[in-house]
Design a protein around this ligand. Structure first.
Ligand code: COA
Length: 337
């Protein structure tokens, strides 16, 4: 028996509240023009006061289950990739399982920051191929607004909240189909360039993260050396897309869709250029969602899927870069009708 994992359902959820660049520029010394020119971001969604990351994850998961024509009773495991869990423990995945009405199957979180979904897809694919699970719900969900220093213009303009989800299913087939394979990397020597300390007061229930005026010297928020992150991200993403293509014997010209982590339009464009891909073959949501960390890749996938752009048999390249630094890529042969 040769087991392969296939994406059979896709979903996404964005909280209602939209924070525009114009509104942000009344909060910190920035402008719509600066943010758009340097990052491509126009707006981001912000989690409501009474919502948690698990609520965003649950909504995205419901949509993915519905899309797959399945119920929670058909699922064997839930994996949630998140940097902003509801609590230190239990896992956000266990809370999502409860909210979906699931019982007595494994659920756990993984933490690879913005690469969480790409890491999760590699992990779940391995477990499905190994015969451990038949159907797995994989979610990337974040409330990044809760770990922002809303006085630091160099970081708070970059992030947003949301969740994306897929249902993965095992199929017995010989040819390379569904999730073709992945490459993952991490180099902890870069850990100080992009980090957030924990725990964070904004993670407490009932606290509106936008009301928090966190001292940037305090132990609370994302800190980043943007320039250096940018430089390493462009280099490593260029390398990793070449590596994943080489590993699985795929030519650049065979890629139909690039589904990149949405951090900065200039990083996305550099990767598309390296692949000699036209920008209109790239999923683009950074303008609407900003950087939603682990939710970014599944939300971008959900975006082009809902627009009806994906066709059965097309080859998708997913990639992400994150604090750690942790980065990676997945190759997917789209097999959904
Ligand atoms: N509004 C206006 N000015 C801002 C600003 C803002 N929101 N943020 C920073 N600036 C200022 C800086 O203070 C600096 O001013 P100075 O020249 O007077 O010192 C100037 O803009 C240029 O800053 P710099 O950091 O060199 O800009 P940049 O072109 O590198 O763009 C980032 C900054 C953060 C957009 C860019 O470095 C980036 O996207 N990095 C990667 C981030 C990333 O991908 N992180 C997540 C990885 S998962």
């Amino acid at each position: 028996m040769t087991l392969r994992s296939h994406i059979v359902g896709v979903g996404g959820y964005l909280p209602e509240r939209i924070l525009s660049n114009a509104e942000l520029s009344t909060m910190v010394d920035t402008s719509d023009e600066w943010i758009r020119e340097r990052t491509g971001i126009r707006q981001r969604h912000i989690i409501a006061k009474d919502q948690h990351t698990s609520d965003l994850a649950t909504e995205a998961a419901k949509q993915a289950l519905e899309d797959a024509g399945l119920s929670i009773d058909d699922i064997d495991a839930i994996v949630v990739a998140t940097t902003t869990p509801d609590l230190i423990f239990p896992s956000t995945a266990s809370i999502v399982q409860y909210k979906l009405g699931g019982r007595d199957f494994p659920a756990w979180d993984i933490q690879a920051v913005c690469s969480g979904f790409v890491y999760g897809l590699a992990q779940v694919d391995g477990m499905i191929r190994g015969g451990m699970f038949r159907r797995v719900l994989l979610v990337g969900a974040e409330s990044m607004s809760r770990i922002m220093d809303w006085q630091d213009r160099s970081t708070c303009v970059l992030f947003g909240d949301g969740a994306g989800a897929v249902v993965l299913e095992a199929r017995d087939e010989r040819e390379a189909n569904g999730i073709i394979g992945s490459v993952l990397h991490c180099d902890g020597s870069y850990r100080h360039l992009l980090m957030a300390s924990h725990p964070h007061p904004g993670a407490a229930p009932g606290v509106d993260p936008m009301d928090l005026k966190i001292d940037s010297a305090g132990a609370a928020a994302v800190e980043m050396k943007g320039n250096e992150v940018f430089r390493v991200a462009v280099t490593k993403l260029g390398e990793v897309v070449g590596e994943v293509l080489g590993k699985y014997g795929v030519r650049q010209s065979e890629i139909d869709w690039l589904i990149p982590h949405q951090a900065n339009i200039r990083i996305l464009q550099a990767t598309a250029k390296k692949l000699k891909m036209s920008p209109d073959r790239m999923a683009l949501t950074v303008d609407q969602h900003a950087n939603t960390s682990a939710a970014s890749v599944p939300l971008a996938l959900n975006h082009i899927y809902r627009e009806g752009k994906l066709e059965k048999g097309q080859l998708l390249l997913l990639e992400a870069f994150a604090g750690g630094f942790a980065w990676g890529a997945n190759l997917v042969r789209w097999s959904k009708d």
